[in-house]
Each structure stands twice: as structure tokens, then as C-alpha cells.
Ligand binder design. Structure first.
Ligand code: 3PG
Length: 209
């Protein structure tokens, strides 16, 4: 878990990926790597999401592959079996949390209210996905919550892009940011992997990496 946290802290950007065709998995991972991004949250939003996690985990040992949109225990188990190194949910799930604990892997639950964050804290979690970030008050909301809950770190996701990522990352309670702007579904579907690489490079440069 420590290594996972270090990796994410270094990467700063977590691409949230939706893969509809399993064949796109490795070209996409290569495109991310070529663009300087060594991490991917592969979501369970498609039928092949779990297989894509397995494929990427097996073939890209230098990357940190996690599972996203994990909403129940069954998906969490599958994600762990398939090699996911961290699990992300849009909300807080006790069942998913328990599986992550049993397997010693990082769980980033989606929380936006202090009550949700306190539920996470009760389970030893101090880093949460603040989702959907822009709709739930953005950085101003994060700052307000952080003043009451100073031990919490945030991974804002939802509505993050080149126009606001630097602002988010400039707040020291923001651990990393998630987003899909460099891995848009249409780019993946149309095989525009060079554009994905370019968007990743731009994103890294933009945040000064
Ligand atoms: C997610 O579920 O994490 C989002 O799809 C990412 O949000 P974005 O598409 O607004 O970047």
C-alpha cells in the first residue's frame, strides 16, 4: 500500500479510462506511458473492464493499474484477482472497503460530504476521491472541508482538466487529480493513440512534470 501511495503521489494525475474493446487496452497503456503517465484507473463501466485490468496488469508491470467504478464486493474481488493495485468507487461502499482491507490494497472511495468522509475515516481511510469535484463545489468546497478535517487528503475527480488542474494541485491537501480529458472514449474508440500521448504530455508539462 505504501508503494502505491508513493506512486500516485508522484504521478499526480490518474487517468480514468473506459475501455469498450479489449484490443484497445495495450495500445492505450503504451500511449499513456509514451506520454509520461504510468498509472491508469480502468473502470468497470464496460463489459470488458475486468479483462482489461487483467491484461494491463500482466503486460505492463511498470505501470500502476487500478480498478475504477467498483460498486460492489463482487467487482472488488474480481479487480483484486485480476491484479488491480488500487480500487476506486464513485461513492463509499463498506463491502468494497472490506475487500480492500482484507487484501491490503488502497481504496479510494468517492466522498463529498463530511458525513461520508467520516464513514471512510472510521475505516482507517484518510485519502478520498472527491467526486464529482466541480459539481460539488470544487476547490472551495475541498478547502472548507479540509479546514474541519485536516488529516484528509483529496483526489478530486470530475470536471478536472487543463483549465483547473493546477489550481487543485496547488492546495497541499490535494493528493492527486483524476480525470478523463486525455483518454476520452472517442479517442480510444477511434484508435487515436498518438493524440492521447500528446494530451498526456501536455498534461504533465502543464503541471510542471
Ligand atoms: C470519473 O468517474 O472519475 C469521471 O468519469 C472522471 O471525470 P471526468 O470525465 O469529468 O474527467
Amino acid at each position: 500500500m505504501e508503494k502505491t501511495l508513493e506512486f500516485i503521489a508522484k504521478e499526480k494525475i490518474i487517468p480514468v479510462v473506459k475501455i469498450s474493446n479489449i484490443e484497445d487496452t495495450l495500445p492505450l497503456m503504451n500511449a499513456l506511458k509514451a506520454g509520461g503517465i504510468g498509472i491508469a484507473e480502468i473502470t468497470f463501466r464496460t463489459a470488458c473492464g475486468a479483462d482489461a485490468i487483467a491484461l494491463a496488469s500482466k503486460n505492463c508491470p511498470d505501470m500502476l493499474i487500478g480498478a475504477g467504478t467498483v460498486v460492489n464486493a463482487g467487482q472488488a474481488k474480481k479487480a483484486v484477482e485480476n491484479g488491480a493495485k488500487f480500487i476506486v468507487s464513485p461513492g463509499y461502499s463498506q463491502a468494497v472497503c472490506d475487500i480492500c482491507k482484507q487484501n491490503g490494497i488502497l481504496y479510494l472511495p468517492g466522498c463529498v460530504t463530511p458525513t461520508e468522509i467520516m464513514a471512510a475515516m472510521d475505516n482507517g481511510i484518510n485519502i478520498i476521491k472527491f467526486f464529482p469535484a466541480e459539481s460539488y463545489g470544487g476547490l472551495a468546497a475541498i478547502r472548507a472541508i479540509a479546514s474541519a478535517l485536516p488529516n484528509i487528503r483529496f483526489v478530486p475527480t470530475g470536471g478536472i482538466g487543463p483549465g483547473n488542474i493546477k489550481d487543485y494541485l496547488s492546495f497541499d491537501k490535494v493528493f492527486a487529480c483524476g480525470g478523463s480529458w486525455m483518454v476520452k472514449e472517442s479517442l480510444i474508440r477511434e484508435g487515436r493513440f498518438e493524440e492521447i500521448t500528446k494530451l498526456c504530455m501536455d498534461a504533465k508539462e502543464h503541471i510542471g512534470q
